[in-house]
Design a protein around this ligand. Sequence first.
Ligand code: NAI
Length: 446
Amino acid sequence: MADAYTRFVRSAPGALIAKRTGLPRPARLLRREDRPEPVLGPVVVLGDSAGADQVARLLLSWGADVRRRFEELPRVGSVIAVLDEVSAPDQLGPILLPLSGAMRSLAPGARVVTISRPATGEDPSRDAARGAVEGFVRSLAHEMRGGATANGILAADGVALDAPAVIGALRFFLSSRSAFVTGQFLEVASEAGTLTEDQQQPLAGRTALVTGAARGIGAAIARTLAADGAQLVVLDVPAAGTELARLANELRAVPLQLDVTSGGAGRRLVQFLREKSLTLDVVVLNAGITRDKMFANMTPDRWDPVIAVNITSQLSLMEALLEAGDALGDQPRVVSLASTSGIAGNRGQTNYAASKAGVMAFVDALSLRLADAGGTANAVAPGFIETEMTARMPALNREIARRVNSLQQGGLPADVAEAISFLSSAEAGGIQGQTLRVCGQNIVGR
Ligand code: NAI
């Protein structure tokens, strides 16, 4: 449900006032229930490389209405700019500028996705062109209207554009699952991963653990992963036992009451999995708390629990799962909850931002440990999400925090869950140690 301000500016008198005074008018974002089709057509594929032809053929095989130029189309659903072969900045204009004339024809909820390669430090001209793509996408995303988004895929040199994670990332960015993701890049480092046949149930046959699942973002993650076909183990503190049991009943999930900071929590989890004969294919480390205070007034009773829940517990749970030898399945996927506070820092949140920046460094290191087994570890950094945690913020701070992003609204827990579901999929095998922001392109941080 939209917040009070958004409901007001969507009413007839509110819309008139907002238009006259230049107040933000957040668009209604189309999510999976509003826009089930995987690609909004027509799709225009820009670029003339062999990779661009390959992407156009891929889209055709999905049944999309694919064009190679705008041809005065009255309405454009998606644009994919394939820039994999650019080697100098002056090669960008001829590929990208045709989109300029089509900007006003973009449909509500349209998608622009670039596919390019990351800079490598080997060739100044080529790196300049590759780096320029990032600046272009991040600025374009600020200019998009009507809930449209712009994101980019960076396929490492040597990674074919039909590698599973390139296709998976393209599917994610084009779909309504990425409604609150804009101005972001996903880097595909390898051709690891397996293409998912069943897009309705991409996690079918997989078992997933979600910590902190009793409410908020954790409950949304559990619901989305279950809807995508996963069998769930839902974990939360004993004090949240009633809510946890209710969720477990709803999802036919296995509940586990456990404080992740308690001594031996990892050992108890492993024992529980053995008793239930379960191995985990997906681990979502979501349990998290805030204890905000200016650093001048910071005390151990505010610092220590935040570090313990948000990062130390993740280290010890993963250590126990890895050491057990039989707790994780093949090609495991670990997704951890970071925060935009951990990227940009936030007044009053030194403890929280430290823990979340720790999470981002942790998944990077963990991904190296999991790589041999075809596993991945990544993080998702939500911006302002409408939950009980943010409902407790002072009203004015909350209202400002909600608006300072390109989509001019808070995200929903389901938006975070969608990104986690994608990173948990077999397709995402080539995405390693990254942090994907789900923040509507919050103006803080990169
Ligand atoms: P929430 O407070 O609504 O839910 C957190 C859940 O974690 C609760 O069910 C709680 O009982 C559980 N939990 C806390 N300590 C635990 C422990 N020691 N052992 C087991 N479970 C424990 O929080 P929300 O908003 O759903 O946040 C979820 C995650 O997303 C957190 O990691 C948070 O830092 C992160 N996040 C949230 C944002 C937001 O805007 N709400 C923004 C950025 C990150």
